[in-house]
Design a protein around this ligand. Structure first.
Ligand SMILES: *Cc1c(COP(=O)(O)O)cnc(C)c1O
Length: 229
């Protein structure tokens, strides 16, 4: 297992660079290594291989891994899972980025609970891009209003958008997201980030302007079924 993570990371970096070159894509894109359900030791191996940004879906896991690995300089925690209002305090304390903000009430709590000695929390708004089936995310036609409100909150910085399209709806959904992102940037020029693309569809996502691709399986291998949280 040990070397596999470093090898998987390196092939992912190479595949991403190769794809960007071949497609002549200009945007900078970062890889977020999604470490949910994987032990802190696996995160540490990825860190040693040069990876700095890690994605977590479950608050307990975020807290325990961020605490255990706090001595790793420059490590960056991205919270990408659903947010319950009774969990915002831990997220505000331990995350550097939150990709899954979809309600003003949650954003207000994150801002109020973000410790003042830390940089503002970097926030993406999750958009429900493929309609009814997916329950998470703000509707596209309510997005700009939420963005305006979130941008006012003192301990948050609005950085962009995130989406998890239904499997098979990738291209169309990613294209819609790219349009929404450009609309958002007219009002909020610093909100340029577009978090989309996972192990199965990252290439498609990059073609439509993704700046953050979230790879779990491709880096850390298959996950066991989740039982907690
Ligand atoms: C689990 C997860 C990922 C990673 O998925 P893989 O298919 O393992 O790459 C990305 N984003 C979110 C929001 C996730 O929950």
């Amino acid at each position: 297992m040990t070397n596999n993570i470093a090898e998987a990371l390196n092939s992912a970096y190479n595949a991403i660079t190769e794809f960007q070159t071949k497609q002549q894509l200009n945007q900078q894109s970062r890889l977020i290594a999604v470490s949910k359900t994987k032990p802190a030791a696996s995160v540490a191996l990825a860190y040693q291989a040069g990876q700095r940004a890690f994605g977590e879906n479950y608050v307990q896991e975020l807290v325990s891994k961020a605490t255990e690995l706090q001595q790793l300089a420059g490590i960056e925690w991205h919270f990408i899972g659903p947010i319950q209002s009774n969990k915002t305090k831990d997220i505000a304390q331990y995350a550097d980025w939150v990709h899954s903000v979809e309600r003003l009430k949650i954003a207000e709590r994150l801002s109020a609970q973000r410790p003042l000695d830390k940089a503002p929390l970097q926030v993406l708004l999750q958009v429900n891009i493929s309609g009814e089936e997916s329950k998470s995310g703000i509707k596209p036609d309510e997005l700009l209003q939420l963005a305006d409100a979130v941008a006012q909150l003192p301990q948050l910085q609005l950085k962009g958008l995130m989406a998890i399209p239904e499997p098979g709806k990738g291209a169309q959904a990613f294209e819609q997201m790219q349009k929404l992102s450009l609309q958002l940037q007219q009002q909020h020029p610093d909100a340029k980030e577009l978090s989309m693309g996972m192990s199965d569809d990252w290439q498609e996502a990059l073609r439509f302007g993704s700046t953050m691709i979230r790879l779990g399986t491709a880096i850390f291998g298959a996950r066991e079924k989740q039982t907690h949280d």
